[in-house]
Design a protein around this ligand. Structure first.
Ligand code: GLN
Length: 192
């Protein structure tokens, strides 16, 4: 299995380190041809506006949309925003997932936080019953899901922070910033 990580901006290096920890071949994607031969793609956290502008500049928008028709893509934080159909403002989006996202929904940088989440699918897929410790940094929330997108996780007040639609995955938080590889393992099961 070979997984690419979009490496235009943001914390792509941390995702690559997680994949290598799981003994998965991982490569940086900066140009359309870097998508060739990949089984899945991760879009990292960072700034969704910057990632979008660079994707337009490098002619990656169409190739990424086409890749997502057939292959697994996982967006973390800014990556989840970039995957969505609607962010209530004008910025380049892949529009692959039927989710509506609100940027910076938990406040500013100082309002970044960590919390334990209960994620039934993750427990099922990995056989581990431990709660999932999630790191939120100027995180978006998923305001709503539609079509065949489903909710994977919410914070205790009910705000949605993870969703899945077939082989597409979106998380508001950053699994690449913890030592816990379970979310990456879950994504690999979708890419397989
Ligand atoms: N606030 C960023 C955005 O709106 C996302 C932050 C992150 O990826 N940690 O794009």
């Amino acid at each position: 299995m070979k997984i690419g990580v979009l490496a235009l901006q943001g914390d792509f290096a941390e995702h690559i380190a997680m994949l290598r920890k799981l003994n998965v071949e991982a490569s940086e994607v900066r140009l359309p041809e870097h998508l060739n031969g990949l089984d899945g793609l991760i879009i990292p956290g960072g700034e969704s506006t910057t990632i979008g502008k660079l994707a337009v500049a490098y002619n990656l928008m169409e190739p990424l949309k086409q890749f997502g028709q057939r292959h697994a893509i996982w967006g973390t934080c800014a990556g989840a925003i970039f995957l969505s159909k609607d962010v209530s403002r004008d910025q380049p989006l892949l529009g692959l997932m039927d989710i509506k996202v609100k940027r910076n929904a938990f406040g500013r940088q100082i309002d970044s936080f960590e919390t334990d989440l209960d994620i039934p699918e993750l427990k099922l897929a990995t056989g581990s019953t431990l709660p999932y410790h999630a790191v939120f940094i100027r995180a978006p929330i998923i305001e709503s899901v539609s079509g065949d997108a489903k909710i994977l996780a919410s914070v205790p007040d009910g705000r949605i922070v993870a969703a899945q639609q077939g082989h597409l995955l979106a998380t508001s938080f950053h699994p690449e910033l913890t030592g816990d590889t379970r979310f990456h393992e879950y994504f690999l099961s979708l890419a397989d």
